[in-house]
Write a protein that binds this ligand. Sequence first.
Ligand SMILES: Cc1ncc(COP(=O)(O)O)c(C=O)c1O
Length: 274
Amino acid sequence: MQCLLNHGDAVGVETPSYCFSLPLLQSAGLRVYPLPVGPEGIDPADVERLHRRHRLKMLFMNPNFQNPTGTVLSAERRAALLRIAEKAGIPIVEDDPFSLTAFDGRPPLPLKAEDAGGRILYVGSLSKIAASGLRVGWLAGPQEIVSRLADARQQMDFGMSVIPQWLAAKLIEGAAFDRQIGRLRDRLAARLDELRVSLDYHLPGLVSFEPPGGGAEPVGEVARRFGSAAASRARTRDVRRRRLRARAGVRRGGAEFAAMLRKAGGGADRAGES
Ligand SMILES: Cc1ncc(COP(=O)(O)O)c(C=O)c1O
């Protein structure tokens, strides 16, 4: 980041966003401006507005299965965003650790695929699909930028150890990689389903969320007053219990999660629980 931007530069960042990205940008001395994420991703009009006011030097985005909202930037917004970025000359860093986890096996195209102007620096990673401990990722972008970043990396720590890179190459080239991705997708989709059923049972009407089509970070909205839903919980409990019995292992995890939410929300009785 420090080799592409200067202290005091203005950047636009999705809000909410991956919890570690904000401190990173702030500690680099950048002025960080929020781009609220809605059900269709960020609003390109917000980018235009921020740019008029602050002269944005870069956008940081995670357009596919955004962490933490799980949203995918809609086709209309992609087109508008690329138009605006092109016109205003704003480079975009596309952070994409989740595309390959698309539950239906059809990952949305990266924004980079539509980058006629060469403004996008695409960043992929093995962290979410294989092993975060490998610390291996990849970049696709203008040659000049990639060379500058490679040079900076070389100066920082003489370049990355070749062993994790060799392991990563073996993994990606091997036949097992596709199977690993397939298993991962199935597991994530099953966990999401468990979470949904479990929340339905333990906290009916209290947590709402739009199930994402991929990724590992579904986010929900917790009702402000837990107590108000106690009656509805009691009404629905028998149906829920029957549904839940069919799903081994769900209940315990859900109960722990529910207790955690109750604690965070100030606590409420467990009406509806047996
Ligand atoms: C959106 C996003 N970007 C980046 C990362 C971190 O990736 P890496 O481990 O490759 O640095 C994460 C990890 O959760 C993430 O959610």
